[in-house]
Design a protein around this ligand. Sequence first.
Ligand code: ADP
Ligand code: MG
Length: 286
Amino acid sequence: MVTPRSSLLSESDPTPVVGEPVVEVRELEVSFGGRRVLRGLDLEVRRGETLVVLGGSGSGKSTLLNALTGSVTPSRGTIRVLGSSVAELDLARLDAHRVKVGFLFQNGALFQSMSVRENLACVLREHTALTAEEIDILVKMKLELVGLRHAVDLMPAELSGGMRKRVALARALVLDPPLMLYDEPGAGLDPVSLAGVDRIIATLGRILGMTSIVVTHHIESALRLADRLVFLHEGTVVASGSPEEFRTHGDPRLRQFLDGAAEGPLNDRSGREDYATSLLGKERLR
Ligand SMILES: Nc1ncnc2c1ncn2[C@@H]1O[C@H](COP(=O)(O)OP(=O)(O)O)[C@@H](O)[C@H]1O
Ligand SMILES: [Mg+2]
């Protein structure tokens, strides 16, 4: 059962205006130790859009997000984010760039020795000249956004997994980034907590007009959040479309992924050495 996106929000929520490109990636290649992980990837995300990136483990989804923040250096191609060419940013401008791009990390860790309030306040103290009183108001506003204003004085150890994820999200949002990147926001969450996080992501997109890229392999979550989806395979986008188009998409690799089938073109063994050859070597088998 797939929940349509509209069920996440009430009737009165405005539809976002999808505007100019916020992310433009052209022919992106990223290699680690000579192994090409991204191989000529193209991607465009427009203002106000929620793009979901699907793909198997190791297909390069996190690498793509890291390239957008400038944490990974491409071997080829161009990346423009919020009007800047990421490769051309010097260190000072790269810091400013990272403030504009909110990132909810896969293992979105909080500082364990700091209260929820302090986890958010320290970011504001570092990057703004706001007074303590103003910081406190902003912290409570961001916690309200994720439904956790009542948790302001708790320590991370006192929170459930879903609450911790929402605090990490509030912290990623505390500087009002125009672009948010989410790396598997649902990882390790039960279905109810996942629906709660999805609802917040949808609200940010729909009501606040935030531009978002969400990496996930929760198919249901992907289809209810996305304005558009892309499917990554072997370092490139092999399918792209609306949730409706994905449900009926003809690409056999995407079909296997969406259906969760154990066998199919994604793990096609033709062209690989058979088991005996790989164990014993061609010489011994002669
Ligand atoms: N910093 C790194 N150094 C070396 N290899 C890496 C690094 N980051 C990712 N990789 C490799 O690149 C491939 C893609 O990784 P990743 O982008 O994390 O995949 P995904 O997020 O889709 O699961 C994996 O094989 C991974 O081991
Ligand atoms: Mg990853």
